[in-house]
Design a protein. Structure first.
Length: 242
C-alpha cells in the first residue's frame, strides 16, 4: 500500500472535529508514530514540507484578506467623510463609532474631512445637485454672485443639496405643508391664473447655507412647489438654517 500521503486524511479528520486544535495535536502524534513504521518513511519525509506549505498558504491568504479589509475600510472612510455613504443612518452611526475607535482610521477620516472642507471654494463657479429620496432631481450651476436658480416639481420627500465635490450642504424633509398652497395657507385662496409652482412668491421656508452665501426658499404651488436657490456671495441674515 502506498503511504506517501497517509497524513492528509488524519489532518482532514482532525480539522472537521468539534475541537480541531486538540484533534490536530493528536493527529500529529499519530502521524509521527506511523512515520517510524516500515512503508511510511517517504510519507513522513513529506509531512514537514506539506505543513510548511499549508502555513505559507494560510499566511498569504491572511495577508490578502487583510489587504482586502484595508481597502474596504478606506472606501467606507472616504464615503463617510465625503457624505456619499448610501447606507442607513443607523449603519452610518455604527461605522463612525467604529472608525473613531481606531486612531489610524480616525486620523484618516479627519484628514479627508479637512481636505473636503478646504477644497470647497465658494468663490469659484459651483454646481449643486438636488436629490429627492436618493434620486437626482436637478443639477444647477452658479457662475456669478447674485444668480438665482429655480427647481420645479418639488413634492414632499427627503431632500439633499450636495456640491459637485461631494460635500453635503443640507439634508432634510420637505412636507406637504411646505409645497402645497392649500396645506400651507388654507385660509388664503390661490389665484388659479398664477403660476402653479410658486409664482405667488410667498415662501413657506427660508434657510441659509454656507454661512449665508446661499439662500434657499421653498415656495408652494397648487400640487407641487418650487425651490428658489440664490447665491448671495456674501453673508445673508434672512431666514434660519432648517
Amino acid at each position: 500500500m502506498n503511504h506517501d500521503f497517509y497524513f492528509i486524511p488524519l489532518i482532514l479528520d482532525a480539522r472537521d472535529t468539534g475541537e480541531p486544535e486538540q484533534a490536530l495535536r493528536e493527529a500529529d502524534r499519530t502521524i509521527r508514530n506511523l512515520g517510524r513504521l516500515t512503508g511510511y518513511e517517504r510519507g513522513f519525509e513529506q509531512y514537514p514540507w506539506f505543513m510548511q506549505e499549508v502555513v505559507l498558504c494560510a499566511k498569504q491568504r491572511a495577508e490578502t484578506d487583510a489587504r482586502g479589509a484595508s481597502l474596504l475600510a478606506d472606501e467606507l472612510i472616504i464615503a463617510l467623510a465625503t457624505d456619499t455613504f448610501s447606507g442607513t443612518e443607523q449603519d452610518k452611526a455604527a461605522l463612525l463609532e467604529r472608525i473613531r475607535s481606531r486612531p489610524d482610521w480616525r486620523a484618516k477620516f479627519e484628514r479627508i474631512c479637512s481636505d473636503v472642507e478646504a477644497s470647497t471654494d465658494i468663490s469659484a463657479p459651483i454646481e449643486i445637485m438636488v436629490m429627492r429620496d436618493t434620486r437626482e432631481l436637478e443639477v444647477i450651476a452658479f457662475s456669478r454672485y447674485g444668480e438665482t436658480h429655480w427647481v420645479r416639481r418639488v413634492t414632499p420627500g427627503h431632500y439633499v443639496l450636495r456640491l459637485s465635490t461631494g460635500r453635503v450642504l443640507w439634508r432634510g424633509d420637505i412636507g406637504v405643508q411646505d409645497v402645497e398652497w392649500g396645506a400651507a395657507f388654507p385660509e388664503r385662496a390661490l389665484d388659479l391664473a398664477a403660476d402653479t409652482e410658486g409664482a405667488k412668491g410667498v415662501p413657506t421656508r427660508i434657510f441659509n447655507l454656507l454661512e449665508g452665501e446661499l439662500t434657499v426658499r421653498i415656495l408652494p404651488g397648487i400640487e407641487a412647489g418650487t425651490m428658489k436657490i440664490t447665491w448671495n456671495g456674501q453673508r445673508s441674515d434672512e431666514g434660519v438654517p432648517a
